[in-house]
Design a protein around this ligand. Structure first.
Ligand code: PHE
Ligand code: ZN
Length: 850
């Protein structure tokens, strides 16, 4: 792979830093275009490092002056920072630099958002604040003084003193610079308190702009539940006197776990019943928990280097998924997690951006905050837990926390803890961290003389830079059902370690029906051809909720694939099975809602491509829509009953029970609207007193017609609310009909409210376009051109968000020669831009595969 002249960083080149830091003191004199940062840092030689030149990172800084032990020094400029001659023993470094937060549109380092100062330092943003060894293995206690006339001045740790125009903070826990944070603004707080298990009294605050104070209660409740959960399940307590959360309008990601001062994208914390949907509430709960859980998995124990990113992210995603499963429904949580994994990680793993959970090299680390690091990273931990058992996992985690507290650790450290705690040899298992690609599992079955034999095969296709794959250790959870539908062999975890391996089950007089990969026990693709009858049987009888849902999914997918190919297939069994399930009132409404949602267009495109066909997004879109129409026609009566039955009495509550009912009701409405001309949706839109039902109704109206009046009314009602307006933009972009997409995107991007420098707004429109498969892939190529134009415009302003959005093109090799040609043109046009950011340049060249 060529790097367009860019420097590539390799895991194998890791060297410890020449020095250690015993204390960091920072003073900020805030001013929009001329903030002064004065640093005083106590260094001492690192006995574990080879002596070398003293290098500090620094970017976009104006050095005012530097001193060592009180004497002026003149550092030498070096690539990405400075070098300086230093004493042999310990010394104190002082520097004063000037930076300009007001013109920092990249939203990395210290920047301004709506008059408020805030920071984002992960991964390598601290070097835009002052000269520093900006690497996670250099950990130090920080004290911070902020000088500004703004009323609220926050940093990490505990507040120590404040007066008019200044505040001082102290963080006793050694931390890497990427966890540093500062906030200054005209903010108000939603306060609360929490007492930890051992009796520490903690002040909790969510800081927001004046008008948003009514949107904090749910986030605060989620935070307290997360704190209790981490004490109960992992024995982890909070370790400071205050925990602050700040909501920011301009933010590249969801949120950031800065020690004691989490900074959140407003969309990931603010919610009220009127402005947020059930899905928003659920996401907020999981992100609040995720960032809180980082306090131990990420902050107290951090990563040695950025190649170990999954050490904190995979584990913390795993923990937030466990939390959500415990707080809500475990089955529904698992299905949703698998849906997200397949939609994002499988897509990544089967294209040009495939990379291992622990990559071996990168050009820009910001490009590796991926579904593979996060979601596959979490799956790998789930497999580990299955292999060593719940108790083994608990022992290993206890050992991890005691052994590595206060350290910057590696994946080797992590696996060693499991080996030491359980005695298990994990040498084959560790391949999950180094080998990219999604394994394909083949299935052969036989039954004779009371013995059922299950033969499993595994094969991982080649990925960029990894042509040959070794067999992995794959936990495959299997249960067996009798032909009558009774569970005859309860779930057992088979350990598939060979390319081909047989497992036998004795004492089975009749040939059983196998339920394979229960709970989605490994992130693999099953290549098991199941007849419609067996799928319907499993859908009706499987005791494992994931596999039950999966059987229905497979059934619907097979039929959709037949329709796309214009092949006739008998669909009656599918409709009957679906109807029986919908009428089963013992089943959780949220689960039933999931069985009503068909595989998405992107999923179908990948399925066709895997089967050796060339997907046509327009054909897929039409076939899926026709299938929905037929379901609506066949099951109309049942769906109408569900719509009437699934009302939630009383005021809106965002809990899983009510949300599940609303989800089923909405799923029913989606089908019913195809037949009733939007009558129910119109009535629901008028009556709705919460955003879930209002947006749900609007979605249905938009699905069947242009719905200009409803869109206008919605806009007038919500023009003052940024987060709701993001929905207004996103809905239209993602639902525009294929032929109208170019026009719709044109209108949206010309709208006065299209503030394209705000990442949420940019994503709602251009991300909406990318999610609209048939519109994006319209044969005119207009979708590709539009996206490329906007990426070219955004790149100089915000490289991170540009590079991330360029992944819309990652599936390009699936499509026909015309589309491939047009996408290549779009990518090459981006690549040719003079001054293109390192982020986007790396991404585009990887997607192109050159
Ligand atoms: N570390 C953050 C999280 O996962 C994500 C993030 C990465 C945020 C980089 C900002 C920048 O919670
Ligand atoms: Zn995280």
């Amino acid at each position: 792979m060529k790097d367009a002249g860019q420097r590539r960083i390799h895991l194998a080149d890791y060297r410890p830093f020449s020095h250690r830091i015993t204390q960091v003191s920072l003073t900020f004199r805030l001013a929009p275009e001329a903030t002064r940062v004065i640093s005083k840092i106590a260094f001492e030689p690192n006995p574990g490092a080879e002596p070398g030149p003293f290098f500090l990172h620094g970017e976009e800084l104006r050095l005012v002056g530097a001193r060592i032990d009180g004497r002026d020094v003149t550092p030498e400029p070096a690539e990405g920072g400075i070098t300086c001659a230093v004493p042999e023993g310990p010394f104190v470094w002082e520097a004063e630099v000037e930076i300009s937060p007001a013109t920092n549109t990249a939203l990395e380092g210290l920047y301004m958002s709506n008059g408020m100062y805030c920071t984002q330092c992960e991964a390598e943003g601290f070097r835009k604040i002052t000269y520093y060894p900006d690497r996670p293995d250099v950990m130090a206690p920080f004290d911070v003084r902020i000088e500004s006339d703004l009323p609220v001045l926050l940093s990490n740790g505990n507040p120590v003193a404040s007066g008019p125009g200044w505040a001082e903070w102290e963080d006793p826990w050694p931390k890497p610079a990427y966890l540093f944070a500062l906030v200054a603004g005209d903010l108000v707080n939603h306060p609360d308190r929490f007492t930890t298990r051992s009796g520490r009294d903690v002040a909790l605050n969510i800081w927001v702009r004046q008008g948003d104070l009514g949107k904090c209660a749910f986030g605060m409740d989620a935070l307290k539940r997360a704190m209790v959960w981490d004490e109960r399940v992992y024995g982890r307590e909070y370790d400071l006197d205050v925990f602050n959360i700040v909501a920011v309008d301009d933010f590249n990601m969801g949120a950031m776990e800065n020690k004691g001062l989490n900074i959140f994208n407003a969309s990931a914390v603010l919610a009220s019943p009127q402005t947020a949907t059930d899905a928003n509430f659920e996401r907020i709960e999981s992100i609040i928990a995720h960032e809180y859980f980082h306090n131990w998995t990420g902050n107290r124990i951090t990563c040695r280097d950025w190649f170990q990113l999954c050490l904190k992210e995979g584990l913390t995603v795993f923990r937030d998924q466990q939390f959500s499963g415990d707080e809500r429904s475990r089955a529904v949580q698992r299905i949703n997690d698998v849906l997200a994994l397949r939609a994002r990680q499988f897509r990544e793993d089967n294209g040009p951006l495939a990379h291992p959970v622990r990559p071996e090299s990168f050009v820009e680390i910001n490009n590796f905050y991926t579904a593979t690091i996060y979601e596959k990273g979490a799956e790998v931990i789930g497999m580990l837990r299955r292999l060593v058992g719940d108790e083994g996992y608990a022992r290993a985690l206890d050992l991890y926390f005691t052994r590595h507290d206060g350290q910057a650790a590696t994946i080797e450290d992590w696996l060693k803890v499991f080996e030491d705690a359980t005695g298990r040899d994990l040498s084959q298992f560790r391949l999950w961290y180094s080998q990219a690609g999604t394994p394909r599992i083949g299935v052969e079955e036989s039954h004779a003389d009371g013995t059922y034999t299950l033969t499993l095969t595994q094969e991982t296709p080649p990925t960029p830079g990894q042509p040959d794959k070794a067999p992995l250790l794959i936990p495959v959870a299997v249960g067996l059902l009798s032909p009558e539908g009774a569970e005859v062999v309860p779930t057992r975890v088979l350990e598939l370690s060979q390319p081909r391996q047989s497992f036998t089950f004795e004492g089975l007089t009749a040939r059983p029906v196998a339920s394979i990969l229960r709970g989605f026990s490994a992130p693999v693709i099953m290549q098991r051809k199941l007849s419609a009858e067996i799928c319907a049987f499993l859908l009706a009888h499987d005791t494992d909720p994931f596999s039950k849902w999966e059987a229905g999914r497979a059934l619907a997918k097979d039929l959709l694939v037949c329709r796309i190919a214009g092949k006739p297939a008998s669909e009656a069994a599918c409709f009957d099975a679906l109807e029986a399930l919908l009428r089963d009132d013992d089943l959780d409404p949220a689960f039933r809602a999931l069985t009503l949602s068909l595989p998405g267009e992107d999923d179908l495109a990948q399925t066709l491509f895997d089967a050796g066909r060339t997907p046509d997004p327009i054909v897929i879109h039409a076939a899926r829509r026709a299938f929905r129409g037929d379901i609506a026609a066949r099951l109309g009566e049942t769906l109408a009953r569900l719509y009437d039955q699934m009302v939630t009495p009383g005021p809106y509550r965002p809990d899983a029970k009510d949300a599940g009912k609303r989800a089923l009701r909405q799923a029913a409405l989606g089908y019913l609207s195809l037949n009733d001309g939007g009558a129910r949706a119109t009535a629901q839109y008028r009556r709705a007193d919460n955003m879930t039902e209002q947006l749900g109704a609007l979605t249905c109206l938009l699905d069947i017609a242009r719905a200009d009046d409803a869109l206008e009314a919605f806009r007038n009602q919500w023009r003052g609310d940024r987060l709701v307006m993001d929905k207004w933009f996103g809905l239209q972009a993602s639902m525009a009909a294929p032929d109208a997409t170019e026009t719709v995107i044109g209108c949206l991007t010309e709208d006065d409210a299209f503030d394209w420098k705000n990442p949420n707004r940019f994503r709602s429109v251009l991300g909406g376009l990318a999610a609209n498969a048939a519109g994006f892939h319209h044969p005119s190529g207009a979708g590709y051109r539009l996206l490329a134009d906007w990426l070219i415009r955004l790149d100089p302003v915000n490289p991170q968000t540009t590079a991330r959005m360029a992944t819309a093109f990652e599936t390009w090799r699936r499509y026909d020669a015309d589309r491939q040609g047009m996408i290549r043109e779009a990518l090459e046009r981006i690549a040719a831009r003079p001054g293109l950011s390192r982020d986007t340049a790396e991404m585009v060249s990887r997607i192109l595969g050159d």
